[in-house]
Design a protein around this ligand. Structure first.
Ligand SMILES: Nc1ncnc2c1ncn2[C@@H]1O[C@H](COP(=O)(O)OP(=O)(O)OP(=O)(O)O)[C@@H](O)[C@H]1O
Ligand SMILES: [Mg+2]
Length: 393
C-alpha cells in the first residue's frame, strides 16, 4: 500500500498582490510518479519550490511524513530537485559532477555539531551505482561538453539522486530536448523511478508527456487545482471544460441532463453513463473526436455536412458541420468534403461535466453560433427527426 509522504494544506502563494496559488490541497504518495500539468504561468514551478523549501508559502502548511516542515530549509528536506536549466559544472567530469554533493559534509540527523563525512569508498560506490541507474556507465571521465543533451540530463538526474532523497522534483526536465529524445527520456525516467521506488514529482505543460509517464496527473490552471486523477480518469472523465480542452482534443457542447443517464444535446436525447445531476441541469458535454462513428445519413443520431478532411496517417481529421456547430471527428473512413453524413455515439462516448467558469470558453469545433437559437427551437426539426429524438430516450 502506498502511504502519504508530502501534503500541502490550504497553501496560498501571493506575489506582489497577485495570487499565484490558491488554497492548494494535495498529497503525494510514497513511490508515486506524479505530474503537475498546466499552462505557462499557472503556478507549477512555484508549487515545486514550496515543496523543495525554496519558497515559503504566504499561508498554509507543508507536511513531510506528517511533520510540518514550513520552516525546514531545503538542504534539510529529503527532497532534491532537477531544474530545467540543469547547470552542471562544466569544468568537472561526469564522475565529479555526480560526486559533488556527496563530498560536502552533512549535518547529522540529530542536529549535533558533528558533521557526517562519507568515505571515499562509499562515495565511489554510490556514484557508480547512480551512473549505472541512468545508463551512463563508462562515461565517468567524459567532460560535460562532450555529452549530448540527453546525456547531460542523465548526469543532472544522477547528481540529484545520489544523495538518496525520498522525493525527486523535476521541473520540465525534458523541455530542452528534441521530440525523439524526449520520448526516450520519458521511458527512461519512468524506468529509473520504478527501479528506485521513490516519489517523482514532475512538472510539464505537455499533456502527452503527463499521460504517458504518470501514475497521477494534477491539472492546474491559474493557481487552482482543476483535477487530480490517473491519466485514464483525467482523459475519460474530465471534471470541467478546461481539463477536457487541455487534455486531448474535444468537442464541447451545451447539454441538459433530463434524467440519470439521459443527456440532451441539439434538442435530442441520448443515453449516457452519467448520473447524479439535478433534473434539467444545464451541463457541458464532451465528445472525444475518436468516439464518434460516421454512418449513413439515415442511420445517424445526428446529421451533418463534412466541411474539411485532413489525412493524419492513422486517421482522417474530419470537420463536420451540425446545424452550424463544427465538430472534429477522427475516423479511418474517408468522407469527402460536402458529403452528408450521419453520426452515432455510444453511451460511453458522452462525458457530462458540471457547468463551470470555463463553460463556453473552449471547443474550437463547438463554439456559439447564430444557429444556436434555431436548434434550440424544436419546431425547426422536421417530423421524422423529432420522432427520432423521442426514440433516443
Ligand atoms: N518570485 C516571484 N516574484 C513575483 N512573481 C513570481 C515569482 N515567482 C513566480 N511568480 C509569478 O507567479 C506566476 C506563476 O509562476 P510559475 O513559475 O509558478 O509558473 P509555471 O506554471 O511554472 O510556468 P512555466 O510553465 O512558464 O514555467 C507567474 O505569473 C510568475 O510571474
Ligand atoms: Mg515553471
Amino acid at each position: 500500500m502506498s502511504k502519504e509522504l508530502i501534503r500541502l494544506k490550504d497553501v496560498t502563494q501571493v506575489f506582489d498582490g497577485e495570487t499565484v496559488l490558491k488554497d492548494v490541497n494535495i498529497y503525494f504518495n510514497d513511490s508515486e510518479f506524479l505530474t503537475l500539468l498546466g499552462p505557462s504561468g499557472c503556478g507549477k514551478t512555484t508549487m515545486l519550490r514550496i515543496i523543495g523549501g525554496f519558497q515559503t508559502p504566504t499561508s498554509g502548511d507543508v507536511f513531510f511524513d506528517g511533520v510540518r516542515i514550513n520552516d525546514v530549509p531545503p538542504y534539510r528536506r529529503q527532497v532534491n530537485t532537477v531544474f530545467q536549466k540543469y547547470a552542471l559544472f562544466p569544468h568537472l567530469n561526469v564522475y565529479d559532477n555526480v560526486a559533488f554533493g556527496l563530498r560536502i559534509p552533512k549535518e547529522a540527523p540529530d542536529g549535533s555539531r558533528e558533521k557526517i563525512k562519507l568515505s571515499k569508498e562509499e562515495i565511489d560506490r554510490r556514484v557508480r551505482e547512480m551512473l549505472e541507474v541512468v545508463s551512463l556507465k563508462g562515461f565517468e571521465h567524459r567532460s560535460i561538453a562532450s555529452l549530448s543533451g540527453g546525456q547531460q540530463q542523465r548526469v543532472a538526474i544522477a547528481r540529484a539522486l545520489v544523495n538518496r532523497p525520498k522525493v525527486l522534483l523535476l521541473d520540465e526536465p525534458l523541455g530542452a530536448l528534441d521530440m525523439r529524445l524526449r520520448k526516450d527520456m520519458q521511458q527512461e525516467l519512468k524506468r529509473i523511478q520504478q527501479r528506485l521506488g521513490i516519489t517523482f514529482i514532475n512538472v510539464t505543460h505537455d499533456q502527452e508527456e503527463a499521460l504517458a509517464m504518470s501514475d497521477t496527473v494534477v491539472v492546474i490552471n491559474e493557481g487552482v487545482i482543476q483535477q487530480i486523477g490517473t491519466p485514464e480518469d483525467i482523459y475519460n472523465e474530465p471534471k470541467n471544460a478546461f481539463v477536457a480542452d487541455f487534455i486531448g482534443e474535444s468537442n464541447i457542447v451545451d447539454g441538459i441532463m433530463r434524467a440519470d443517464r439521459v443527456v440532451e444535446i441539439f434538442n435530442r436525447r441520448f443515453t449516457c453513463l452519467d448520473s447524479g445531476f439535478e433534473k434539467d441541469e444545464p451541463v457541458d458535454v464532451v465528445i472525444r473526436p475518436e468516439d464518434v462513428d460516421i454512418v449513413s445519413e439515415a442511420e445517424g443520431q445526428l446529421r451533418g455536412v463534412v466541411t474539411s478532411v485532413t489525412f493524419k496517417g492513422v486517421h482522417y481529421d474530419t470537420i463536420v458541420d451540425f446545424y452550424g456547430f463544427k465538430w472534429l471527428i477522427q475516423t479511418t473512413d474517408y468522407c469527402p468534403v460536402d458529403s452528408h453524413i450521419g453520426i452515432k455515439i455510444d453511451p460511453d462516448g458522452f462525458h457530462v461535466m458540471k457547468k463551470s467558469k470555463y463553460s463556453g470558453m473552449f471547443g474550437d469545433y463547438s463554439s456559439y453560433s447564430e444557429e444556436y437559437d434555431e436548434i434550440n427551437d424544436p419546431t425547426i426539426l422536421d417530423e421524422e427527426e423529432a420522432e427520432g429524438a423521442e426514440d433516443e430516450d
